[in-house]
Structures are given as C-alpha cells and as structure tokens.
Ligand binder design. Structure first.
Ligand code: XMP
Length: 525
C-alpha cells in the first residue's frame, strides 16, 4: 500500500486516482499524522509515501512538515511541489521565495538517469537534451540540494525542478505528475509505485466492492440506515452498494423538492422500488422547498436552504424508523475537496449541499461510502454492482437540482419552463450521433439547460415577444475538477434552439455557454 500525505493541494486526490489506476491500493491522510501512525502503516505493509503539494509556503519555521517517521521508515518517498520543498527542508536543503511564480505549462530538462525518468523524454531540445512537458504551479523553490541528493530536473527559472537520492529512495519533483497536462505523469507515478516501491498490481474494482461491503457491515452493525436517493449517479450507486451490504436495513427516502428533471420521480421509483426491490419512501416536498426559497437569490444561501431542508425531511422520516442511526449519502471526493473537506486544507469553492449543509445537531451518524472516489470510479463501481449501464452512465445531477440552474430566485414557473427546455436538449443530444455512431449525450460528460431570469425581445409570426432566455451547457471532462465546453455540432444546436423556442412558450432565446472550468465552474451557481 501507498500512503499519500496531504498538505492541502486542490489536486491531492488526483495523486490517489493515478495510483489506483496503476492498480495499487493507497490512502490519503492529513500531513500531520503522528509518527506512531506511520509505524502502524509500516506494520500494515506500507511500501511508499507520497507528499502532496500545497498552497502554503515551505520555507518558514512554522511551515507544515511531514512526520519524521516518514524518513525513518526505510520506504521510498516521493515529494511533489510543496512535498519536494518540505523534503528539502527536512533533509538539510534550502527553499527560497521565488521572484516569479511559475504557473502552467513548462518544459523541464531531465538530468541523469534515475529510475523515475530514464527513457521517458517527450522530445529532444536543440542541444540534444531530453525534455519533459509538465505542469508547474509554485511560488517558492528549492535552491540547495540536501546532502546525498542529485539534480534530476531543471528549467531556466527553476534550476532545481527535481532531485533524487536514489540510494535512500527519495525522489522529488517541483511539477505535478498527477495532472494530465504532465504528459508522462502517469508513467512517472507508475514507475514510482511499481519499480521503486515494488507494489504489485492487485487493487481493482471487484476487490473494492467486497472491501466496501465489509466495511459498511462493520460500521453499521444491526442499525438501520436511511439514504437520500436523488436518482443521480452518486446516490444511486451508494444505495446499491449499501443495499448489497445490509439489504433490508436500508431505507431510501426519495425527496421530490420540485427541482427535478422532467418525469424523474417516476423513473426513480421504477428503477429502485419496482426493479431492484429497495425500500423507498417517496416524499413530495415541493411546496415546502418552494416556500423556503421564496425571495432568496444568493447562490450560497439557496444551496444552504436546500441542504437544510433535505436534512430536515430526512430527520422527519428517520424519526419514523425506530432503529435508524445512520444517514447515508452519495458524497464523492470532488464534493469533499471543493467544500474544504476535513481531510485536506483546500479552500472552499462552493458548498455542495450534501457536505456543507449538515447542521452540527444532526443526530444521525454519517455513512459516506463513496467519499474517496471520483465520478468515473463511482460509475465503474455501479457497473460492478450490476446497475443498468444506462443509469450509471447518466450525466451527474447536482443535489440542489434545478435550484442551481435557475439563476437567482427560484420560482415554480421557472422550474416548469426549464424542465421542458432541458428535456428537449437532452433528447436531441441522444438523437445526434458522430461518425462512429456515438450519441452526443455519450460524447459529453454533463449537459443541461440553465434558466436566466431576464427577458429579451423576439419576433414570432407577426407579433413581438418579450420572453425568458435559456443557456445550454455541455462539457467534457474526466474528473469534473477541470472541464472544456463541448464543441457540439451547429446542426444540433440549431435543432435544439428551434425546438425550445417553438415548443416552450415563455422562452424566446437560446444561448450556448462557451466557458471552460476553470475559470468558470460547470454549474452556473
Ligand atoms: P461545478 O459547478 O462545481 O460542478 O464545476 C462540478 C460537478 O459537481 C456537481 N455539483 C453538485 N453535486 N451537490 C452535488 O451533489 C451539489 O451541491 C453540487 N453542485 C455542483 C455539478 O453538477 C458538476 O457535475
């Protein structure tokens, strides 16, 4: 197993993801675990440690450090960005504040022949040196190698961009091998875990299912569990996993907050109650949600209200189930990290309702079996659990539903218009295929319609119209942390806009969102 110590970088989980892609089991823990914890990890068969990046500075006395036991454990250590800097500081090197920040694409010269870099150059520069295309994001940098280390990589502005003490198994890079922009990043991480740490390739999804099932049984015992089923991928996979673990001890509450997609309620009941035999309580709380949202236009306030209402409805239903002790949620890793999750110290971007909205007074314990997984891992898990692929490969739908897709104040009238427009967009995405016959629904990771509460002038027949605007959003991404807008065919956009304007009275203008994440986010609120 590999231990990843998190110093609070936004991309720490990507390291775990790459390690898992290399079929090696790994866990992320905060950087300030005790020396004893490291020794316990050794007893559990620890093969190597990776120190993550951070937004903090490493050169101050008070800076975060890795536990000393990491360097005494006798296993290889890989430092990334901040992890490299703290490694340098802890082993007798030097880190200084850099004059210019280096951010984004960089070309790094690979020096020497360490097992990490040998023979994996991306190109040869005109001086004949092997070069790597990487992604850098740092202010400070290492300016003196610790004793025993040799230079492993450099750029003109960062002369020590990589260092290694091959004998002791210490490796460090200033760039980020875990992001896809570092072309050979996956190869480097595979080399670290396989060749340097000697980990086998024995971690896979079926193993994960049996481990997760066992962990849920241990955690829950004979208690009953209540789960908020939204019909989205995450809560559905969580429901299937927990159902596999504890069967009838699980009761799902399906809350219709009035912010679901067209006919979604019917479909959810059909799949889970009729076909899979889960216990489901269907609550229609539309009026309750709508009245609480009246007059509220701030996005964060809306999310918090929807989150709070959800929890209240759960608690009400849980109260009816005498032995319910657990509230299960389909929280996945990006929700955790983007809400400034407890484990790491990443900054809050949006408070996702299934993390940020939970009151301290909640008297149910939290069961979040997907907390460590990325979306595509959740999908693979769903398939391994036997869920229908059509449902597992459905685009994700956020917990607050159309509440974050109606900008500003939420009104039932807006939700009804948006539902119909969105259904047209999705239907046409499924109809239009590329040359290989793949639908544009499958070619995009997430696509939806956003309601803009502004009116614009149009002309229809002989008459002037003054109606609302919708924006179409379609993105391509593998992890939802970054995303590109999808280059949908004009013919598809034309068909969708024509149909929406003709079929949905009240909308007379359709726009297409051409913003990537970052700097935009996928949802508009
Ligand atoms: P953003 O807008 O942050 O979205 O780029 C990233 C992904 O997260 C989904 N999302 C949510 N999911 N509860 C959820 O369960 C939420 O509050 C929430 N907000 C955004 C979003 O749909 C996208 O897939």
């Amino acid at each position: 197993r590999i231990l990843i110590l998190d110093f609070g970088s936004q991309v720490t989980q990507l390291i775990a993801r790459r390690v898992r892609e290399a079929q090696v089991y790994c866990e992320i823990h905060p950087h300030d675990v005790s020396d004893d914890f490291i020794r316990e990890e050794m007893a559990r068969g620890l093969k190597g440690v990776i120190l993550s990046g951070s937004h903090a500075s490493a050169y101050e006395e008070t800076s975060m450090r890795a536990p000393q036991a990491v360097f005494d454990a006798g296993v290889p250590v890989l430092g990334i960005c901040y992890g490299m800097q703290t490694m340098a500081m802890q082993l007798g090197g030097k880190v200084t504040f850099a004059d210019h920040r280096e951010f984004g694409y960089a070309e790094v010269r690979a020096h020497g022949h360490t097992p990490l870099f040998t023979g994996i150059e991306d190109f040869t520069n005109n001086e004949g040196h092997g070069m790597l295309k990487v992604w850098m994001s740092h202010g400070d940098q290492v300016t003196a190698l610790p004793p025993g280390f040799k230079l492993m990589a450099s750029t003109p502005s960062c002369p020590i961009a990589g260092m290694a003490d091959v004998e002791r198994g210490y490796y460090a890079v200033q760039f980020h091998p875990e992001v896809t922009h570092t072309v050979r990043g996956q190869v480097m991480l595979e080399r670290f875990v396989h060749d340097i740490c000697n980990c086998g390739t024995d971690w896979n999804m079926p193993d994960y299912v049996s481990e997760a099932v066992e962990a849920i049984r241990q955690q829950v015992g004979d208690d009953e569990v209540i789960l908020g089923l939204s019909g989205g991928v995450d809560s559905s996979v969580a429901a299937a996993l927990i159902h596999k673990a504890i069967g009838p001890q699980l009761t799902c509450v399906f809350v219709d907050h009035g912010l679901l997609r067209l006919d979604e309620g019917k479909q959810v009941m059909q799949t889970f109650a009729d076909n899979m035999g889960l216990n489901i309580i269907h609550v229609d709380a539309t009026n309750e949600f709508m009245s609480k949202l009246e007059g509220v236009s701030d996005p964060e306030a809306k999310r918090k209200i929807i989150g709070r209402e959800f929890v209240e409805v759960f608690q009400r239903e849980a109260g009816k189930l005498k032995n319910a002790r657990w509230l299960a949620q389909g929280t996945i890793y990006p929700d955790v990290i983007e809400s400034g999750g407890k484990k790491g110290k990443a900054q809050t971007i949006k408070s996702h309702h299934n993390v940020g909205g939970l009151p301290e007074t909640l008297n149910l314990k939290l069961l979040e079996p997907l907390r460590e997984l990325f979306k595509d891992e959740v999908r693979k898990l769903g398939v391994a659990l036997g869920l229908p692929p059509g449902m597992v490969y459905r685009h994700p739908f956020p917990g607050p539903g159309l509440g974050v897709r109606i900008l500003g104040e939420v009104k039932k009238e807006y939700a009804d218009l948006l539902r119909r427009a969105d259904a047209i967009f999705i239907e046409e995405l499924r109809n239009f295929k590329d040359d290989q016959g793949t639908s544009w629904y499958d070619l995009t990771s997430q696509a939806f319609t956003v309601f803009l509460p502004v009116k614009s002038v149009g002309v229809m027949g002989d008459g002037r119209t003054y109606d609302y605007v919708v924006a179409l959003r379609a993105v391509q991404t593998s992890d939802f942390m970054t995303a590109d807008w999808a280059e949908l065919p004009y013919a598809l956009l034309k068909k969708v806009s024509g149909r929406i304007i003709n079929e949905v009275r009240g909308i007379n203008r359709v726009t297409y969102d051409v913003s990537s994440k970052p700097p935009a986010t996928i949802e508009w609120e």
